[in-house]
Write a protein that binds this ligand. Structure first.
Ligand code: 8X3
Length: 258
């Protein structure tokens, strides 16, 4: 039997990351799951292990992608059987607040830019050299509709996702000679902890984001990522943009009173 493929997923403790972990485990991939919330990862590891038995390796580690030393240590400490990563899913990301650029909070801005941009670069720096040496692999960065269009209050978050798009395109050029696929998946509104984190735990505000419309579920995005990762070898999906039926773009949503 072929060796299971290996996916390394950041931000795997919730939302799109967690749904993707489930999707890939169901498809028989071994997993390296990173997030800050290790207890949640361990719980997920237990659930997945029950589902897939001991056919697959599921490795979890506490990693804050903003901290390069932590990222490099976590990658160096992978067991040899999990070092040849086939798919890097750079998913860890967040938003903080919904304030105009000139009113934004410096700490919030640092957190968003450090996680969404520098974190993704830190992880790529750890994982991609091995892919390059092997001449094989795929990188999928989680972008957003916010990486295509801006909206008032989204300045810093949109800037971070525009940067993700620039980094992904650059990497696709850089890695072209080595046969490594690089793409972005760009979801619109997805019901995850995204809004709860953006509004710092204000559940009412978070819920109002999705009021009167049916947002994407994390599983919908995981399926799109799975599609990108399971194309024939010669097919490279550069970007997959998806949104709910009730959304036409950043800030353009159709709500129905319930
Ligand atoms: C999240 C989408 O519309 O909240 O990536 O910016 S949006």
């Amino acid at each position: 039997m072929d060796q299971p493929k290996i996916a390394l997923i950041t931000g795997a403790s919730s939302g799109i990351g967690m749904a993707s972990a489930r999707w890939f485990a169901e498809q028989g991939w071994s997993l390296v799951l990173w997030a800050r919330r290790i207890e949640r990862l361990k719980e997920l590891q237990g659930v997945l292990a029950q589902q897939v038995g001991n056919r697959l390796e599921i490795w979890v580690d506490q990693v804050d992608v903003r901290l390069d030393a932590q990222v490099q240590r976590a990658f160096a400490s992978l067991p040899p059987s999990l070092q040849n990563v086939d798919l890097l899913l750079n998913n860890a990301g967040l938003s903080q607040g919904l304030k105009a650029v000139h009113e934004s909070n410096q700490e919030d801005a640092d957190r968003v830019l450090d996680t969404n941009i520098k974190g993704l670069v830190n992880v790529s720096r750890a994982v991609v050299p091995g892919m390059k040496t092997r001449g094989q692999g795929q990188v999928i960065h989680v972008s957003s509709t916010a990486g295509k269009e801006v909206y008032p209050g989204g300045g810093i978050y949109c800037a971070s996702k525009f940067a993700v798009e620039a980094i992904a395109k650059t990497m696709r050029h850089e890695l072209l000679p080595f046969g490594i696929k690089v793409g972005t998946v760009s979801p619109g509104m997805v019901e995850t902890e995204f809004s709860l984190v953006r509004f710092k735990g204000d559940a009412e505000k978070a819920a109002s984001t999705y009021q009167g419309l049916e947002p994407l579920r994390p599983e919908d995005v995981a399926e799109a990522i799975g599609f990108m990762a399971t194309r024939p070898d010669h097919v490279q999906i550069a970007d997959l943009l998806l949104m709910p039926r009730a959304q036409a773009g950043s800030g353009a949503v159709h709500r129905v009173d319930s």
